[in-house]
Design a protein around this ligand. Structure first.
Ligand SMILES: Cc1ncc(COP(=O)(O)O)c(C=O)c1O
Length: 340
């Protein structure tokens, strides 16, 4: 088995690298300056307003996804998984890897369509906000989803790694029949360490903890201490992230007008990624991404999200000058490809 998205990132380098969906890593020295660490579990209980029994610690979001889906299968609660396209590749691959039957739903403008596909014994499994489109279900819709899941005897595993970019109040997430997975990988990006956490239905969380104990018990305390400092300073992290992302969003909006006739931009405010769909003839995302590579710009083709109709561009991992240069090259390449 191979995750093509990761192979793409590992095998390509470019001067202008807008392939990352995270934000520039926060330096450990800067984290230490923010203040004292507390008990990470208690910090999470405060931020999410949940009980200890609704919480599991992992090494990352993908580990949480793996444990959550495996737990639902192991408890005999699900046989079928509904995923969406476009979607982060490891999410699309995991159900079949766990020998669960899978249905893929094509989405465009909204994720709310998912609510119509809930059936007994099934799990919805999706990123919220969606990677690469950024569209997301608000807390209100998540509550509606949870009600419907409970009524029908179904579940949802919601990869919430990007949630904090679009939602600052994380309290009152519905935990009945829903499992949310998180980590420090995007909003709290650090190069040196990573921690994940899972929040949700207590029966499933108990099983998740058992699976983590089986596969990779005990997250190192030092990781938890740094993560605790960060989560206690969420507002500082948010301001810092926005100071990197928003100037790049402004640049994108200023420059993209030149290719308005050829592309649709999917961008949700404050997210660190945008998706650029190409609307000209037979031009694929992969062909644009390869042409960009030859001009020193690294993006991720939609192909790796199950839809080869565009490219994903990161807004948080490069400074404004490099971003502007990358965007100009993207505009030029799109012009050349689409004018033919
Ligand atoms: C939707 C989604 N989930 C999970 C991950 C990876 O998370 P982690 O590094 O915490 O396993 C990513 C990374 O890009 C992602 O986009």
């Amino acid at each position: 088995m191979e995750i093509g998205h990761f192979m793409w990132l590992r095998t390509h380098r470019a001067r202008y690298d807008v392939s990352s969906s995270g934000v520039k890593p926060i330096r450990l020295d800067d984290v230490v300056k923010l203040g004292e660490a507390g008990d990470f579990i208690e910090d999470l209980m405060n931020v999410y307003g949940v009980d200890r029994k609704n919480l599991a610690i992992t090494h990352g979001t993908q580990e949480g996804n793996f444990a959550a889906l495996a737990a639902l299968r192991d408890l005999g609660l699900i046989e079928r998984v509904i995923t969406v396209v476009p979607e982060y590749e490891p999410i699309r691959v995991l159900p079949r890897f766990l020998r669960l039957s899978q249905v893929e739903l094509s989405i465009n403008e909204s994720l709310s369509e998912l609510i119509n596909h809930i059936e007994k014994g099934s799990a919805l499994f999706f990123s919220n906000p969606n990677n690469p489109l950024g569209i997301f279900l608000s807390k209100k819709l998540l509550w509606e989803l949870s009600d419907e899941l409970r009524r029908k005897g179904a579940y949802a595993v919601v990869d919430s790694i990007f949630l904090e970019f679009v939602e600052s109040n994380l309290r009152d997430l519905p935990t009945e029949n829903v499992i949310f997975t998180f980590s420090t990988s995007k909003f709290y990006t650090m190069s040196e360490l990573k921690v994940g956490w899972v929040i949700g239905d207590d029966r499933v969380i108990r099983e998740v903890n058992g699976i983590i104990d089986l596969v990779s018990p005990l997250v190192i305390d030092l990781n938890l201490r740094y993560a605790s400092i960060l989560i206690r300073n969420r507002n500082w992290v948010r301001e810092r992230n926005l100071s990197i992302i928003m100037p790049n969003v402004d640049t994108m909006r200023r420059i993209i007008g030149d290719i308005r006739d050829y592309v649709d931009i999917s961008y949700v405010e404050h997210m660190p990624i945008l998706y650029m769909r190409i609307r000209c003839g037979e031009v694929t995302g992969m062909s644009i991404a390869n042409e960009l590579l030859s001009r020193n710009v690294l993006t991720v083709p939609g192909y790796y999200f199950g839809r080869d109709d565009g490219i994903r561009v990161g807004l948080g991992s490069v400074g404004s000058e490099d971003f502007e240069e990358a965007m100009k090259i993207i505009v030029n390449v799109t012009h050349e490809k689409c004018r033919r």
